[in-house]
Design a protein. Structure first.
Length: 246
């Protein structure tokens, strides 16, 4: 995959390739407690794209999806990693997804809820991470239950426990880890949504830049790079998205 110099320049107005990295999604990125190193599938993809462009990489880690969206929308980052959602598309060119992630519900062991379709009822309080893909999706889909918003996706379960809410909604792996950490909690069977995780760039960079990023994602899926990165980082429960039909 050869990227013309004009497109490389469109991606790097500040010199290096600035990549927004959302640390709030443990499937895709994290920070090592001992060294502060930021790592994960998102970082691997960002590093690979910087190499294709022939430029240095500057990571811009944030702790929520909403902040990651803001970075790219305001052109303070040149690429980012997001769950595809129509509300985010106003200022961002999305690629096709590279990873599919399950969104699930968590309840207390004593909860009467046993199925996902029982959650949306009057009087049920559901906690989501502010500005997350789950927040955007459930804000459209929930009709009777009440949504409450934690500061970030990793803070959802602690907020759920502290406030006595009925349901926590978020990334399956994060909920499983919190259930193991706290005890007395269980996931409802199945999933209420599938997150399509994609790369994106500011719309102001133009259609050719967006097409180059989309082509890079397709190559990384087809080559096995994404699958290898998931395996290398020990990620389970997420799957490589199928090839785009665009």
């Amino acid at each position: 995959m050869n990227i013309p110099s004009a497109i490389a320049a469109a991606f790097t107005p500040a010199g290096p390739l600035r990549a927004g990295i959302n640390l709030g999604n443990p499937i895709l990125a994290g920070k090592r407690a001992d060294t502060g190193e930021v790592y994960g599938v998102s970082v691997d993809l960002a590093r690979g794209f910087a190499q294709r462009l022939g430029v240095e990489l500057e990571l811009k880690p944030v702790d929520t999806a909403a902040k990651s969206v803001d970075l790219v929308t305001k052109e303070e980052a040149d690429i980012g990693f997001f769950a595809v959602d129509p509300l985010r598309g106003a200022g961002i060119h999305f690629t096709a997804p590279y990873v599919l992630i399950e969104g699930c519900y968590l309840v207390r062991d004593a909860s009467p809820l046993t199925r996902n379709d029982e959650v949306d009822q009057a009087g049920t309080r559901v906690v989501v991470g502010q500005g997350s893909a789950y927040d955007l999706f459930l804000s459209r889909e929930i009709k009777a239950a009440t949504l409450e918003r934690a500061r970030s996706s990793p803070a959802v379960v602690d907020h759920f426990i502290a406030t006595g809410a009925d349901v926590a909604a978020g990334v399956k792996q994060q909920l499983e880890a919190d259930a193991a950490r706290l005890g007395g909690l269980r996931l409802l069977p199945g999933r209420f949504m599938v997150i399509q995780q994609a790369m994106g760039c500011p719309k102001g960079r133009g259609a050719e830049a967006a097409a180059a990023l989309a082509a890079y994602v397709e190559e990384m899926k087809a080559s096995g790079f994404v699958a290898e990165a998931l395996a290398r980082h020990g990620i389970e429960g997420a799957s490589v998205a199928p090839a785009s039909e665009r």
